[in-house]
Design a protein. Structure first.
Length: 339
C-alpha cells in the first residue's frame, strides 16, 4: 500500500469517528428544541361549574302524623288499611264506650243550649231579656257546640290531612286506653329529608340551595328549606332540612337516600382540570400556547367541582390551554401539539 492510500484511509476512518461522535451528542432536548415538546391542548370555553356537597337522610312525608284516640274504650271499627288514600277529615276509625256514646249526651246538651239561645234572642228583641241574659245564653251555646265537636272527635277518629295510610296499629274489637296510636298517615306529595351536617361543613349550606337525589335512572330535584343555627348537644351536628316535590311518588317514605347539594354555582365560567395547574412560588398558573410557544399565565381560582377548578382570571375564552405535557415546559418552549 502506497503512502497516498494510507493517508486516504486514515482520513476516512477519522471522518467516520467524528460523525459518530456528532450523532451521540444529539439529545432529546436538542430534538425537542427543533421539533417542539409534544403537548395536548384544549380551547377554553364558557360553561357552568358547580360545587356539590354530599349528605344523606331518610325520606319522610312533609306532613306525617300518628293519629290517636281521645278517651279510652273499644275500637269498634277501623275503616282503612296501609296504602289507602284518605281525605282531610275522613273518618278512619270509630270508638265504642261502655257507658254510652258521649256524642248522644253532647248532642242533647247542644240542642237545649241552641233552643235557649234562640228564645232569649227573641225576648231581647221584645225588650223582655237583658243584655246580660243574652250574653249568658250565647256562652252556654258556644260551650255546648265545642262539647259536641269534642264528642264527635272522641267517637269518630278522622284524618288530619289528605295523605296515605302508612300503618295501622290496632284491630277492630280491641280495648285501648286514651291516646293510643291508631294509624300513621303521611302526605308525601312532598318528601322531606333531615340531614346532619358537621360543624366543619355547615357554613357551606344555605336556605334555597338546589339539591337532587337519584331514584334508579330518574333525578328528583328539591331545595334546602331550613338550616339550623345551633348544633345538637349530643351529636354536635347541625340539621339541614330538604324538601322534594314528589308528584310521581318516585320517593318512598322510609327509604335512605344520598342527597347531592349544589352549594355554589357559576354560569359563563371557564374551568380547567385541577391537575394541569402549575405552581410558581406558591402562585397557581397554567401554560397556554401562543404562536407555537408555551407561555406561563398566573391564574386566580374559584369554585372546585370534582376534578375541575373555576378560573376567575388569567384565562380568556378561546385561549389554547396545555392539558398534558406541562412538566417539560418553560416560558418560550416550542411546542408540538398532538391529538
Amino acid at each position: 500500500m502506497n503512502i497516498c492510500a494510507l493517508i486516504a484511509l486514515s482520513l476516512a476512518v477519522l471522518g467516520c469517528g467524528k460523525g459518530a461522535e456528532q450523532e451521540r451528542t444529539m439529545t432529546i432536548q436538542d430534538i425537542q428544541a427543533i421539533e417542539g415538546i409534544p403537548v395536548r391542548v384544549k380551547t377554553a370555553t364558557l360553561g357552568t361549574i358547580r360545587h356539590i356537597e354530599r349528605t344523606s337522610g331518610t325520606a319522610e312525608g312533609a306532613r306525617q302524623s300518628m293519629v290517636s284516640n281521645g278517651p279510652g274504650g273499644t275500637l269498634q271499627r277501623i275503616m282503612v288499611r296501609p296504602g289507602d288514600r284518605v281525605r282531610e277529615g275522613e273518618v278512619i276509625a270509630q270508638m265504642h264506650f261502655d257507658d254510652g256514646s258521649p256524642r248522644t249526651v253532647a248532642q242533647a246538651s247542644f240542642d237545649h243550649a241552641e233552643r235557649t239561645y234562640e228564645r232569649v234572642q227573641r225576648l231581647f228583641e221584645e225588650g223582655a231579656a237583658t243584655q246580660e241574659q243574652i250574653e249568658g245564653a250565647r256562652v252556654q251555646y258556644e260551650n255546648a257546640r265545642r262539647g259536641l265537636r269534642g264528642a264527635n272527635v272522641a267517637e269518630f277518629i278522622t284524618a288530619p290531612f289528605a295523605g296515605v295510610v302508612l300503618e295501622t296499629f290496632s284491630a277492630a274489637g280491641t280495648r285501648i286506653s286514651g291516646g293510643t296510636n291508631i294509624a300513621n298517615i303521611a302526605d308525601f306529595s312532598t318528601v322531606r329529608f333531615d340531614a346532619r351536617i358537621n360543624q366543619m361543613n355547615i357554613g357551606n349550606y344555605a336556605v334555597g340551595q338546589r339539591a337532587f337525589t337519584l331514584v334508579d335512572s330518574d333525578t328528583v330535584w328539591g331545595r334546602a328549606v331550613s338550616v339550623a343555627i345551633g348544633a345538637d348537644a349530643g351529636t354536635h351536628s347541625f340539621r339541614v332540612r330538604f324538601e322534594f316535590p314528589n308528584p310521581a311518588q318516585l320517593l318512598r317514605v322510609g327509604t335512605f337516600k344520598e342527597i347531592f347539594v349544589i352549594t355554589q354555582e357559576r354560569q359563563n365560567a371557564i374551568s380547567i382540570p385541577i391537575e394541569i395547574v402549575v405552581y410558581r412560588g406558591g402562585q397557581p398558573g397554567v401554560y397556554i400556547v401562543e404562536n407555537g410557544k408555551a407561555v406561563y399565565r398566573p391564574i386566580k381560582m374559584g369554585i372546585l367541582s370534582g376534578g375541575d377548578i373555576e378560573v376567575v382570571s388569567g384565562i380568556n375564552e378561546g385561549d389554547v390551554v396545555v392539558i398534558a405535557g406541562k412538566t417539560l415546559l418553560s416560558d418560550g418552549s416550542i411546542v408540538n401539539i398532538r391529538e
